[in-house]
Design a protein around this ligand. Structure first.
Ligand code: F6P
Length: 348
């Protein structure tokens, strides 16, 4: 990143001639970008897309480090096209991320807004999940600074976009682990209960269950009693299945441990629990996440140029669309119920 003060505004080293293939009626000259909340593979691809799109149109970009936590401390630098070279394939976020408590106070937000004004920023792009979008929404409401959200979370739990940046990679990572656990589970004729991430949502769990050929899946969207699993496992055994894979979303009441206890108490069968945890947040983003991040990053800059604010840019049925930030967390994005049914059908 280029070390620059607010007063050295136009010294951005990426003085590439502006291209006028997208109108800029509001005369946006400078935007800021930050990543916030839990990281997700593809965030770097999104940052790159924001910086490259802005540079393409002669707009400068201020990179805010450590999310809102860095914003209210003024931890900001100008970043140019060369600063985002060679990051499209990297997991994590070069801007770093954090969950900020200070941002939850009006004073914290006022300080952040003042830094944005000092830097002459015309709009802020927030890459994150629902907590980050709350932060962006309040900033816009209280200080009138245009804010556009980019859905960056492995949980895929934001209304207004078919998928979130990082989701596809998280599913692949979890699936790879499930395949490996199946090998050892089969060798030992054990039951494996595997917990995947998803604090409030079962999207990862459901995809992984279907793709991993699981016998059962537990998701927060269907908080059914766990004792039903005893019958399912007993039935599997009677059909000749020596080992079973059960997928549990982190947000399901009792988690994987609760399900495993029910199985052991009800069947006496040897059961192991594997909680995959934060490994699902790391790693090289798969192509679907890189493409989604690139497309949405470009669209976020255009959204600010077009005068949109307090919205998330998402992709629905292949088309770019805008959803008011509050709707992204107020409306619930349900899991695919057909897929849920399919998971049951295929576990026969
Ligand atoms: O990014 C979302 C998420 O992965 C949730 O599924 C999980 O509960 C949470 O983050 C854990 O985040 P942290 O440990 O960073 O607070």
């Amino acid at each position: 990143m280029t070390e620059t003060s607010p007063n050295e505004a136009s010294q951005n080293e990426t003085n590439i001639a502006p291209v006028l293939d997208h109108p800029n009626p509001r005369g946006v000259r400078r935007v800021a970008v930050l990543t916030s909340g839990g990281d997700a593979p593809g965030m770097n691809a999104a940052i790159r897309a924001v910086v490259r799109t802005a540079t393409h149109h002669g707009i400068e970009v201020v990179g805010v480090r450590r999310g809102f936590s860095g914003l209210h401390r003024g931890d900001m630098r100008l970043i140019g096209a060369r600063d985002v070279a060679n990051i499209i394939q990297r997991g994590g976020t070069i801007l770093l991320t954090a969950r900020s408590h200070t941002w939850r106070t009006p004073e914290g937000r006022a300080r952040g807004a003042q830094y944005l004004r000092d830097w002459g920023v015309d709009g802020l792009i927030v890459i994150g999940g629902d907590g980050s979008f709350h932060g962006g929404h309040f900033l816009q409401q209280e200080h009138g600074i245009p804010v556009v959200g980019l859905p960056g979370t492995i949980d895929n739990d934001l209304y207004g976009t078919d998928h979130t940046i990082g989701y596809f990679t998280a599913v692949e990572t979890a699936l790879d682990a499930v395949d490996k656990l199946r090998d050892t589970g089969a060798s030992h004729e054990r039951i494996f209960v595997i917990e995947v991430m998803g604090r409030h949502a079962g999207h990862i769990a459901l995809d992984v269950a279907v793709a991993g050929g699981a016998e059962e899946v537990f998701i927060p969207e269907d908080p059914k009693p766990v004792d039903g699993i005893v019958e399912i496992v007993q039935e599997s055994v009677s059909k000749g299945k020596a080992s079973s894979i059960i997928i549990v979303a982190e947000g399901f009441p009792g988690g994987a441990l609760g399900v495993a206890q029910a199985i052991e108490a009800g069947t006496g069968l040897e059961t192991r629990v594997s909680i995959l945890g934060h490994i699902q947040r790391g790693g090289t983003p798969v192509s679907s996440d890189r493409v989604l991040a690139s497309r949405l990053g470009e669209a976020a800059v255009y959204a600010l140029m077009d005068g949109h604010s307090d919205v998330m840019v998402g992709r629905q049925n292949g088309e770019i669309g805008f959803t008011p930030l509050p709707e992204t967390w107020e409306k619930r994005k349900d899991v695919n119920r057909d897929l849920y049914r399919c998971a049951k059908t295929l576990s026969v």
